[in-house]
Design a protein around this ligand. Structure first.
Ligand code: TXA
Ligand code: MG
Length: 315
């Protein structure tokens, strides 16, 4: 939930800074984003530098309206149908990039497609409206690290490197947006708009992400969301070198994503608790974080996607 109401003047200032080509971290309903003008080569270059993000990993363009989105990307019938159901909200469409869109080639990593999102967060919307130009915004963390769900978390990794951080409280969903590609529709990154929700709108079954091996978001590197500690999944009882990030009714957990086994609650706690338990582990000289099994249904799919990357081999 957004716990803090920012004044109109603060979102206006943030929008103005973005318009001037500055880098501003701001809240969205998913995670905090680090914004820069999508048409400014200089601002985008600095964004990649600050995040230490590989340049082959394209960014999501954030817009303040559907009209703005349609000036940038070509929407087909199915994406229009999904857009009507879920926008503004936590879903990103990867679509053909329009000619003369003005979007910097760095944003799309030279691809002929563009990822585009109209966030539902009122704070994000008012910043985007004030900027009045498309804003590229990756999650506001160093590349490969845990995505931030609070301003404090952004501050910890980017303070001093960017021009402003807007505090809008804790992110509502806590996981990044669902990314889909159309023709045919495939999920590139699972999120709060689940496979089931997408299927209920388009009326056909989608393959599971594991069956979609040929296409993937270029930035979906195997290792991501990496805490300092090692991560082991599906742990029922931690061994003596581990601490447990629990889920559901478990008794030996140091932190619990959701004692009542509520997947939405677990999603919104995931990144914060992963950071917190990492610090606890480091302080206590413990090398591994164990994570309880999490069911793969609904938003559990997206949670499993993220923790699998957190546990992935980093070599
Ligand atoms: O919820 C979100 O989507 C957040 C907030 C800030 O809006 N943003 C976010 O951005 O998660 P980022 O940069 O952390 O993730 C963007 C993902 C990357 O995996 C990237 O590879 C993929 O989007 N992507 C961007 N453009 C693409 C394209 N043209 N084709 C396929 N994947 C693309
Ligand atoms: Mg990210």
């Amino acid at each position: 939930m957004l716990t803090k109401n920012l004044k109109k003047s603060e979102t206006k200032t943030a929008g103005d800074l973005l318009k001037e080509g500055k880098l501003v971290a701001f809240p969205t309903e998913t995670v905090y984003g680090l914004g820069a003008r999508a048409d400014s080569e200089t601002a985008i270059k600095r964004l990649f530098d600050v995040k230490r993000r590989p340049i082959f990993n394209p960014l999501i363009v954030h817009v303040a309206s559907i009209e703005m989105a349609k000036n940038i990307a070509v929407f087909d019938d199915q994406s229009n149908q999904l857009l009507r159901a879920f926008w503004p909200g936590p879903i990103t469409f990867v679509l053909p990039l329009k000619r003369n869109s003005g979007i910097s080639k760095l944003v799309t990593a030279g691809l002929s497609t563009v990822a585009i999102r109209f966030p539902s967060s009122i704070i994000a919307q008012s910043i985007l409206l004030a900027a009045n130009t498309p804003i590229a915004a990756p999650s506001a963390n160093l590349s490969g690290k845990i995505s931030p769900t609070s301003a404090a978390h952004v501050f910890d990794s980017l303070n001093g490197k960017i021009d402003a951080i807007l505090d809008g409280g804790v992110s509502q969903f806590g996981l990044e947006s669902t990314i889909i590609v159309t023709n045919p529709i495939r999920i590139l990154r699972p999120g709060s708009i689940t496979k089931e929700k997408l299927e209920s709108i388009i009326g056909v079954n989608l393959p599971n992400k594991d069956e979609v091996s040929t296409i993937s978001a270029p930035g979906q590197l195997k290792s991501h969301y990496a805490p300092v500690s090692n991560v082991r999944l599906n742990v029922d009882s931690p061994n003596s070198h581990e601490i447990l990030l629990g889920f559901g009714d478990v008794h030996n957990a140091t932190l619990n994503l959701s004692p009542s086994a509520d997947l939405s609650e677990a999603a919104s706690n995931l990144f914060r608790m992963l950071s917190e338990i990492d610090l606890i582990a480091i302080k206590n000289g413990i090398q591994t974080i164990g994570i309880s099994p999490i069911p793969r249904k609904g938003i559990g799919d997206a949670i499993n996607d993220r923790i699998k990357r957190a546990a992935a081999d980093r070599s």
